[in-house]
Design a protein around this ligand. Structure first.
Ligand SMILES: [Zn+2]
Length: 353
């Protein structure tokens, strides 16, 4: 490891990505979400680790300060976790409406859910050994897990969410012990089921994060740039105010970091004020458009956000995962993110002198 690679995150504006990066074409078919693996057994394990190494190297050389696995070892951000739990039958499938938006064939909860063994801990240990930079690991949030299943056992979204929160907490504690610095829960459902967010969603999320010494984050977005999501976004009008529902609750919660979609979205920038005091992972890279942002475009988004978030709390990031992109597009967007962040770092440094 070179001196440059072992540097720690800068004090100001550490950059990070929300989640996925495209997988190498020898591991899974590119530009397809949830693409099946091309390898099997021991070759698959080795292939995932090699892909993870590449993801770390690309983030490092392109100036990403808080490093993630790029979700190279998982097929789906929710289902891969659920596959490792007992109580869920993947053969018994039902069609349900996901996030009130599109129909999907999903597995069925047939009994008490439990985690028989760690799911991502080996992968996180591998990531920890691959970099000296701070690392972040993403898990699905309890509500989003519930929304990706047919429940024939608990027959209560709330009860099932609490069970998942307990399981996620076990996993999160082991990820923390493996050296993960930030544990992120992905809760796109928080932009859809507002009554449940209020009634039990945030409480279940806090249960998942209970007792952790690692920093905790929640990522709430408008989804990948796939058709079902872009069609949905077209119905949301000129101002996307969904965050107005969850942010006041999260501001009062134990969660440390709120990850939100911002660049090119119709989210009014001033909604960030609702989580004042929390760290903000701000989406300054569009994941629904392949055009590479210029550094000045990224800087412009960050500059505007700084009206509503203190500089020491701002983590420049992407809007969501970048798995569906061609690889070179995603990687160039990483470079744009750090180049844009550098512009703002310099401006802040000038202000201080
Ligand atoms: Zn997202």
């Amino acid at each position: 490891m070179t001196a440059a690679e072992s540097s720690t995150a800068p004090a100001l504006l550490p950059t990070s990505i929300v989640g996925s990066l495209p997988k190498p074409s020898w591991l899974a078919q590119p530009e397809v979400l949830w693409s099946p693996w091309k390898l099997e057994d021991a070759a698959l394990v080795e292939g995932k680790q090699d892909a993870l190494r590449v993801a770390v190297q690309e983030q490092t050389r392109r100036g990403i300060d808080i490093v993630s696995d790029g979700e190279q070892t998982r097929q789906h951000f929710v289902t891969t976790f659920i596959e490792h739990l007992s109580g869920v039958d993947f053969e018994q499938r039902e069609t349900v409406r996901i996030r009130d938006r599109y129909d999907a064939s999903v597995p069925t909860v047939v009994g008490s859910v439990s985690r028989e063994r760690p799911v991502f801990v080996d992968d996180a240990t591998f990531l920890r050994a691959s970099t000296d930079r701070p690392i972040k690991w993403a898990l699905p949030g309890p509500m989003t897990m519930v929304d990706t299943l047919y429940d024939a056992h608990y027959k209560s979204r709330e009860k099932l969410a609490w069970e998942f929160a307990t399981i996620l907490n076990q996993e999160a504690k082991e990820l923390e012990a493996a050296g993960v610095d930030i544990i992120q829960f992905d809760e796109p459902s928080f932009n859809v089921f507002f009554d449940e967010v209020q009634d039990w969603g945030v409480a279940a999320l806090e249960r998942a994060a209970e007792g952790l010494k690692a920093e905790t984050a929640v990522h709430i977005c408008y989804g990948y740039g796939i058709k079902a999501n872009t069609d949905w976004k077209a119905t949301l009008g000129s101002q996307w105010r969904q965050y107005e529902e969850s942010f006041p609750l999260l501001q009062q919660s134990t969660i440390d970091i709120v990850s939100l979609e911002c660049h090119h979205s119709h989210v009014p920038m001033d909604l960030i004020e609702l989580v004042r005091g929390k760290k903000v992972m701000l989406g300054a890279i569009d994941v629904a458009n392949q055009a590479i942002e210029t550094p000045e475009e990224v800087a412009d988004t960050l500059r505007k956000a700084l009206t509503f978030v203190d500089a020491e709390n701002l983590i420049p990031s992407t809007n969501c995962g970048m798995a569906p992109f061609p690889r070179d597009v995603a990687l160039k967007k990483l470079s744009a993110l750090s180049a844009g962040t550098d512009i703002i770092r310099e401006e802040l440094a000038v202000e201080q002198t």
